[in-house]
Design a protein around this ligand. Structure first.
Ligand code: NAD
Ligand code: FE2
Length: 401
């Protein structure tokens, strides 16, 4: 019997695993990007580049590295979209799409965290097919291929560099909408530890917990399949072993490099075994109160795990082992509880808050109701292992506040 997983039976009669993105890893990879592009037959002729990034990433000097990579090459950077807003924005995406069309861009470089990568994905869709972001909401609404994207993650969380998803905030409706389509997988992901060397400690912690949430939710969702499960457990182990060190020490350290891998692996898992109630709540709190996505997940995670435990105790027992809990005669339920305790302990060691009130979210009944209503509309909730009525979700949300 498997030590970590206990060798559970297959739970689905059929499933698909797909991640078409080519993944390149190495310190200095971004500086040599032009060579890698020229060696790829489908990319070599694509020389009109748009670079998406944001103010923080540019201020860290990372945009300069990309500019330098294409100086004195056949590539021309014909558009730089350098002011992507946090958590993306539907109006901004439309403006960026217009720029892509005007400049006849043939290849997109997305340099940043999830906000930047998702903005680039949705802008590419709108440049190709027009319309508004919300028209593509849900699964399989993107009609066809988009301009290829080279994704260079600068955070250690979203994994958007290898996912079929993009999330954008609709500031008017105060909600986040998720677009999922196989056409949104980036063509190439470049994991260069130099790109996360400058990430501030608290963002390492918050985005690292986004990755941990992806892995835990993918491992315990209703559409779990075995390849995703293996990637999820591998990611959990890497995070347990490296997140605290990655928070404590900046630079292109081994711990940060392993967190990059962990984020990418967890995202490959959740692209094929979707996330659940933690993300549904986190999206809702993020849209209403502007709480960072990773931080929002980190707060909801142990509460949702406790809520889901009766349905997925065996899964959480495996997660406990991957988190480093050594079984010592405990029952499956006790090990599952130990997984939740280990998550709380890791949060504490990384300086992550425990409840939403600590980050300025009000605790009154109207707030709980508003978060609950948005959570019930979120597509991620349908993959949660426990199906619940409104009053149960309301009680869960209230506990997180
Ligand atoms: N597409 C997906 O599959 C997916 C999955 C999960 C989350 N998301 C979305 O991703 C977004 C969050 O992305 P995120 O957590 O990566 O954060 P982010 O992209 O919003 O970046 C957070 C902050 O970190 C700064 N920053 C980023 N890299 C830096 C670096 N190396 N040095 C210095 N500063 C740096 C940025 O300037 C920004 O201010 C949310 O909108 C969320 O909904 C998408
Ligand atoms: Fe996430």
């Amino acid at each position: 019997m498997g030590f970590i997983t206990g060798n559970p039976p297959l739970t689905r009669p059929d499933s698909t695993f797909a991640v078409p993105t080519e993944i390149k890893y190495g310190i200095g990879k971004v500086g040599n990007l032009a060579i890698d592009l020229q060696l790829a037959p489908d990319l070599a002729e694509r020389t009109r580049l748009a670079v998406f990034t944001d103010a923080g990433v540019a201020a860290a000097g990372l945009l300069d590295i990309v500019r330098q990579a294409f100086a004195e090459t056949e590539h021309a950077i014909v558009a730089v979209i350098a002011d992507t807003p946090p958590e993306s924005d539907a109006v901004f995406v439309k403006q960026a799409a217009a720029q892509l069309k005007e400049q006849d861009v043939s290849l997109i470089i997305a340099l940043g965290g999830g906000s930047v990568m998702d903005t680039a994905k949705i802008a590419a869709v709108m440049a190709a097919y027009g319309g508004e972001a919300h028209e593509y909401e849900g699964g399989f609404m993107v009609p066809g291929p988009i301009t290829p994207i080279i994704a260079i993650p600068t955070t250690v969380g979203t994994g958007s560099e290898v996912t079929l998803a993009a999330v954008v905030k609709d500031a008017v409706q105060r909600r986040k909408l998720t677009i999922a389509s196989p056409f949104l997988f980036p063509r190439m992901a470049v994991l260069d530890p130099a790109m996360v060397a400058t990430l501030p400690a608290k963002l390492v912690a918050w985005t690292g917990f986004d990755a941990l949430t992806h892995a835990i939710e993918a491992y315990s969702c209703v559409e779990r399949e075995p390849i995703s499960a293996a990637l999820a457990l591998g990611a959990i182990e890497l995070i347990a072993d490296n997140l605290e060190a990655a928070v404590q020490e900046s630079g292109p350290t081994e711990a940060r490099a392993k967190m990059q891998y962990a984020a990418t692996m967890a995202a490959m898992a959740f692209s094929n075994s979707p996330v659940g109630a933690v993300h549904a709540i986190a999206h809702s709190v993020g849209a209403l109160f502007g709480v960072h996505h990773g931080l929002s997940n980190a707060i909801a995670l142990p509460f949702v795990m406790a809520f889901n435990l009766p349905a997925v105790a065996a899964h959480y027992a495996a997660i406990a082992r991957a988190l480093g809990v050594t079984p010592d005669g405990q029952s499956t339920d006790e090990l599952a509880e130990a997984a939740i305790a280990a998550v709380r302990d890791l949060k504490q060691r990384c300086g992550v808050p425990m409840q939403y009130r600590e980050v300025g979210v009000p605790t009154d009944a109207d707030t709980a109701a508003a978060i609950t209503d948005l959570t019930l509309e979120d597509i991620c909730l349908s993959f949660n292992p426990v199906k619940a009525e409104r009053d149960e979700i309301l009680a869960l949300v209230t506990r997180t506040l």
